[in-house]
Design a protein around this ligand. Structure first.
Ligand code: KIV
Length: 262
């Protein structure tokens, strides 16, 4: 799917599915799946590298993950997150970061927010780089929020989020992620825009949904936000496999002669 097809899906009423991905192995699986698009999210800093926030993601970290996913799943629309502050250090620095991520194999870039970097969004779009917006809970602003908290519950903040979404559409984004806002607000924003909205913790009224891959595969039983449905018991399945392997090694039933060279 191209960014143009992604945008057009809204007019045809087709719901869009997205999942995050950070590596080659899962990239191969996503490449064969019906999922419409992949986000190489800066959530890599948390999910893959074990940090508490996304603030430690760097352009170099993102480049490595984008390149691995692109080697596996170039048939999918690959959106890469521009990491913390990479688009807030002036236009030249932002364009250099964008260049690195696009050269690594991204097909599009996602930036959180819009106020204060409208020039970057506009310049990227005018340079032929498809841009995805991100409003609502912006994890790169976690310090300002004082934690990962749903946004847009008060009227002023709801209006601000809706205004930012419209501004992003005016600037030419091809889609917008809406994270952790009341479902009614996300529905209203979705109705008001002609580009698709992709929700995460934003209810069923969005044009599509995104989940972190490890959450949807049930690989993180210690993290249970209400929106992160696990579609399989990944942790349990993997733990059972590791236990069976350990048993087989210790009982001597692995490897067999068929699994050995003569
Ligand atoms: O980095 C990420 O995983 C994201 C999603 C939560 C949308 O931005």
């Amino acid at each position: 799917m191209t960014p143009i097809e992604f945008t057009r899906a809204k007019a045809s009423g087709k719901k869009l599915s997205m999942a995050t991905c950070y590596d080659y192995t899962f990239g191969r699986l996503l490449a064969q799946s019906p999922i419409d698009a992949i986000l190489v999210g800066d959530s890599a800093a948390m999910v893959i590298h074990g940090h508490e926030t996304t603030l430690t993601a760097t352009v170099e970290m993102m480049r490595v993950h984008v390149a691995a996913v692109a080697r596996a799943a170039a048939n999918k629309l690959i959106v890469a997150d521009m990491p913390f502050l990479s688009f807030r250090k002036g236009l030249t620095a932002a364009m250099e970061a964008a260049h690195v991520l696009m050269s690594a194999g991204a097909h599009a870039l996602k930036l959180e927010g819009v106020v204060g970097h409208e020039d970057v969004v506009e310049h990227l779009v005018r340079s032929g780089i498809p841009v995805m917006g991100h409003v609502g809970l912006q994890p790169q602003s976690v310090k300002a929020y004082g934690g990962f908290k749903p946004q847009g519950r008060e009227e002023t903040s709801a209006l601000e989020i809706a205004k930012n979404a419209s501004r992003l559409e005016e600037l030419g984004v091809f889609g917008i992620v809406i994270e952790c806002v009341p479902a009614v607000l996300a529905g209203q924003i979705t109705q008001a825009l002609s580009v698709p909205t992709i929700g995460i913790g934003a209810g069923p009224g969005c044009d599509g949904q995104i989940l972190v891959l490890q959450d949807l595969l049930g690989l993180n039983s210690s993290f249970h936000p209400r929106f992160a449905r696990a579609f399989c018991e990944g942790e349990k399945t993997i733990f059972e496999a590791l236990t069976s392997y350990d048993d087989a090694v210790k009982s001597g039933s692995f490897p067999t002669s068929k699994e050995s060279y003569s």
